[in-house]
Design a protein around this ligand. Sequence first.
Ligand code: BTN
Length: 245
Amino acid sequence: MDPIAHDTIVLDVVDSTNTWAKKNLASLSQDKPTCIIARSQTKGRGRYGQTWVSPKDLNLYFTLAEKVTAPLALPHYAEVATLAIQTTLWDWQLPSSIKWPNDVLVDNKKIAGVIVEEASLDNASWAILGIGLNVNMGRDEFREIERPATSMLLALGTHFPIEAVRNSLKEKLLELLAWAKNNPDQCHERWARACSWILGKEISIHTGPYEKISGIALEITAEGHLLVKTASGKIVTVASGHLQN
Ligand code: BTN
């Protein structure tokens, strides 16, 4: 099969591949996705303003930027990304699970995260999809991270060829994105099924610095929201947040 048309830009050091993409929209291809990869980031960003630890050449720091012309809603980019990460890890013999909405876990610890941002230029909308995947980060680097996290190295005890992992992820991401554009409902169903292990469990979701919703996870809706039944019996719809189970 022909590779799906795209551009690739590899940067040595950058503040954040997502920030770089937003600043450089005008120079990016208007009709195919651009994959921006950095060897290290000085201001890697996670969701909710968190820092994404980005030491040189140890992990993947990857952004896909594309002008949004097809009606693929932005949350679908996150679904595609989590599925692409899961498939990539599987190809490297590492089973993982998707934690609603945007995290990928191995041994119940975070191995990858996804952030989707929107940007605009000349009235056109752009999807900026950022992926961080921990590949060869060892125990020392994890001291900087508060939440339980892991890497492919820690999970399987062996170093991985970072460029080959990056190419697998890129290929899977482009393939799934092309498929999802024609099959958005099937993509959503596949993602929702992958996240469904959480249903029926007692959970807490931090939806802001001082906001937390606790209860039983009931359902993932067609919009990707999580329905939670609280202790008072009320059903709350949660669009996004940090889930603890
Ligand atoms: C999260 O789980 O909070 C999302 C983490 C996303 C990190 C990636 S690394 C590449 C891209 N550039 C960034 O600054 N962030 C994303």
